[in-house]
Design a protein around this ligand. Structure first.
Ligand SMILES: Cc1cc2nc3c(=O)[nH]c(=O)nc-3n(C[C@H](O)[C@H](O)[C@H](O)COP(=O)(O)O)c2cc1C
Length: 205
């Protein structure tokens, strides 16, 4: 089967399978703070590391569901220059999902999802308490992407990781053991996976 993006229905797909092809995708649980000090938290699965020296990450926003254009996380990262990525463990999967709720700008998703924040060291946004890893980030730049949906905007937001918190419980003999916290990732549709099995391969050279 071959099709061009946008014509999936003509090929028998009930929903666009694109995101199912690029899976699993890690989830960046992005916390930010507004310029007037209001906390914000939301999951982004268009999220990844883009380089490691220095460590940099990106998350991509598909635009606000209302007519404000950009989502709160992007607005806050751009205006304050900071964000934090918490990594989602299997244990916190439900709370993570709750924080995707669309609240009016300035309303905090954390307490609504039964979560608590704890202070970061080098940036102002709070970290999600109980998450196994937190990446404190300084905003670098946003890149606008094409967008087919009228009145909407697609953006990629880049940040440099300037501070890292790791729960000592997930470190075994000097290595991070993902099977202890089972990072949650997004598949296609409403499907998720959690990593609880790993295997190793050596590189040819
Ligand atoms: C697991 C998961 C992954 C998501 N990934 C994205 C994403 O990559 N980009 C995006 O724009 N929205 C994504 N969403 C939806 C946002 O979390 C949702 O629109 C949220 O309300 C945005 O919050 P904010 O306006 O406070 O930034 C995702 C939702 C879930 C549950």
């Amino acid at each position: 089967m071959f099709y061009k993006p946008g014509s999936h229905r003509e090929n028998g797909f009930k929903r666009d399978p694109f995101k199912a092809f690029i899976s699993p995708r890690p989830i960046g649980w992005i916390s930010t703070i507004s310029s007037n000090g209001k906390n914000n938290l939301a999951p982004y699965s268009f999220f990844n590391a883009v380089c490691s020296d220095p460590p940099c990450v990106m998350f991509a926003s598909g635009g606000s569901p209302d007519d404000r254009g950009k989502k709160d996380s992007q607005v806050n990262a751009e205006t304050t220059g900071e964000f934090v990525c918490s990594i989602v463990s299997y244990q916190q999967r439900e709370a993570m999902n709750q924080t995707s709720i669309h609240l009016p700008y300035g309303e905090d998703e954390m307490p609504k999802a039964g979560l608590e924040g704890e202070p970061s060291r080098l940036v102002k946004p709070l970290r999600v308490k109980g998450a196994p890893i937190h990446l404190e980030c300084k905003y670098m730049q946003s890149v606008q992407m094409p967008c087919w949906r009228e009145g909407k905007e697609n953006w990629v937001i880049f940040g440099e990781v300037v501070g890292i918190h790791v729960d000592p419980k997930i470190v075994k003999d000097g290595f991070v053991d993902v099977t202890i916290y089972k990072p949650v990732s997004r598949l296609g549709y409403m499907e998720y996976s959690a990593t609880d099995e790993v295997f190793q391969m050596d590189r040819p050279d």
